[in-house]
Structures are given as C-alpha cells and as structure tokens.
Design a protein around this ligand. Sequence first.
Ligand SMILES: Cc1cc2nc3c(=O)[nH]c(=O)nc-3n(C[C@H](O)[C@H](O)[C@H](O)COP(=O)(O)OP(=O)(O)OC[C@H]3O[C@@H](n4cnc5c(N)ncnc54)[C@H](O)[C@@H]3O)c2cc1C
Length: 319
Amino acid sequence: MATAVVYLDGDPREGVLEAVTLARQVGDVVAVAPAPLGSEAVQTLGRYGVTRLVHLETGGVAMDAPAAVGQALADAATQLDATAVLLTSTFGTKEIAAHTAHHLRAGLLVDVGDLRLHEGHLAGSKRAFGGTWDTSCAVTTDRGVATVRPNAVQAEPVQTPVDVVTGALTVTAQVPAGLELVSREVHDSDSARPPLAEAAIVVAAGRGTFGDFDPVHELADVLGAAVGTTRDCVDEGWLPHDAQVGQTGVTVAPRLYLGAGISGAPHHIGGMSASQTIVAVNIDAEAPLVEMADFAVVGDLASVLTDAAEAIREHRAQS
Ligand SMILES: Cc1cc2nc3c(=O)[nH]c(=O)nc-3n(C[C@H](O)[C@H](O)[C@H](O)COP(=O)(O)OP(=O)(O)OC[C@H]3O[C@@H](n4cnc5c(N)ncnc54)[C@H](O)[C@@H]3O)c2cc1C
C-alpha cells in the first residue's frame, strides 16, 4: 500500500484535516510534525485515519527557515518511502513544498482540490486562470508533492478511529549558508478569526464602507468568518495588508465569499473567483462583482450587513 505523508505546521486544524482526508485516497497516512504534539491533537489525527505520527529530530537545527523544513521533510518522506507528500496551501507551506520537491527531485502540484494515484503517480485537479478553468495534472516522478487548496473538500473522519503510533524520526536539515534568522515577528492582527487564506467563510468589504468596518466585523463574528478587503482600503490604512484579497494580496477560495461595497476590479476578482458561492452587496446593481455573484443584494451595506447579522442571530435563537 502506498504511503502519503502529511506535514503538520501546527495542531491539526481544518485545513490539515482536509489534506489528511485527501491523503487517504493515496494510501496509508503518516503525519509529520516539526515537534511532538499533545494527546488531544494525536486523538484528532486518529479520528481522521492517521496511522502514524512522527516528529522530526534535527539535531538542534531550528525549523524556522522553509529551506530547512523542506529538506527535513524530504528526508522524512524518503525514509518513510512515501509516494506523496501533502501540505496545506498557505504562503509558508507552499514555500516548504517547493523546497521539499526540490530535495526529492519530485513533481509539485500546487493548490489541488482532489488527489489520486494515476498509474502509480500522484495526480490531482486544480483551478487555473482565476478559477475559470478546471485542470487535471499529474507528476511524472515516483514521488509527488502537493499543496491542498483550502475548503476544496470537507474534512471527513474515518468510521473507526485509529490508534496512532507516535515516535521520533531523525532527519538531516541544514539552514542554507548565508541565511540567518535575525528576528521574527508574528502578525496575528485578527487572531480570534480563522486565517483569511483558509477560512470557509470570508466577509470582505471595500471602499463602500468609507472606512467604517463595524458592520463587517459584526457579520463576520456571527458567521465565524475571516475579514477581507481590497487594496484601496489597505492603501487608505483602514485594514492591514494581510487582509487584502487579490492579485497582490491573499488568494482565497472559501465555501462562501461575501463582498460588500466592492466594485469587483479584475485585480480583486483574481484572488477570490474560485470561491464556491459568491454574494455581493452593493448600491450599484451593475457593479462587476454583482454581475458575477451567485446572489446579490442591492442596497447600503451598513444596513444590509447589520440586518443580516441580526436575522442570523434570531434564526439561531429560534432553532
Ligand atoms: C498593480 C495593481 C494591483 C492591484 N492589486 C489588487 C489586489 O490585490 N486586490 C484588490 O482588491 N485590488 C487591487 N488593486 C486595485 C484594484 O484595481 C481596485 O482599485 C480595487 O480593487 C477597488 O477597490 P474597491 O472595490 O474597494 O473600490 P471601488 O472600486 O471604489 O468600489 C467601491 C464600491 O462600493 C460601492 N458602494 C459605495 N457605497 C456603498 C454603500 N453604502 N453600500 C454598498 N456599496 C457601496 C460602489 O458602488 C462601488 O462598487 C490593484 C491595482 C493595481 C494597479
């Protein structure tokens, strides 16, 4: 049976469990973590069918630099004789995936929405050109590396939870010569909300807010959503750059994207058009985002978002 390695860049959150769910289609799933995990995390992995969890022993080499992590992960994949190495699709994990593929001399699939073995090689599907094309692709090497697009699949537990075997794996890792980590600053401006790039629901708002994001945050909190915005709002200083969706910001593909007071410029649409359901709120019925949306509400966003939050709260209270 083929082995699929899934890299854990922290506790097993939704995006990681989606990758584990896809990994089961390839074979036996081994999770690889940079450090030992707590018992709750191990049990969660067992509920999703992970048979083995190894943490990397690097002989004191810090797992900060993506190049070092990629090398360590490649070594782990070789020792575990893995056919596939899967990661989530954040900026950080995509960089690790590239280094891993380089060390393994393996093909790399980025942002796949499904996975399978095609004649023994890793194959997957991905959206291209701003979500307008669905493509199939396969690596031609014996091992393949893939990053899994957030929200592409629903994380599914297995019918019978597995007792996960845990242990350490000694691997080779080197921080490249000339690279020194001088300082590290974690930007966690919106820690109470899910990370924008992986969120299942994104409530985004643009210049139509005129800088007042209170109704946006209110609706996002009710929905458990991440908050996104446009570049113009970032340039105005209304929200930080890590909230920017689009060509020069974060690419999102949530199950639900709500864009309020956003015109729908191509630079913005390029970063959200792979969303599964798009809802627009705008006073202009002919705005491009309204025209491409699955549902649209023509009206003032301040009242529409506040009313929506209130209606959802009432609905929940009654059910
Ligand atoms: C090289 C380059 C890269 C770029 N990269 C990005 C990027 O990554 N992401 C990005 O977003 N942009 C990017 N941009 C900018 C992009 O081209 C647009 O300027 C920007 O997306 C527009 O932002 P907006 O929709 O908030 O504002 P606008 O285009 O001004 O639209 C505001 C909308 O709000 C509506 N509105 C007004 N009042 C209300 C109200 N009360 N209620 C409801 N609706 C209302 C209006 O009808 C309008 O449709 C880039 C531009 C360049 C040149």
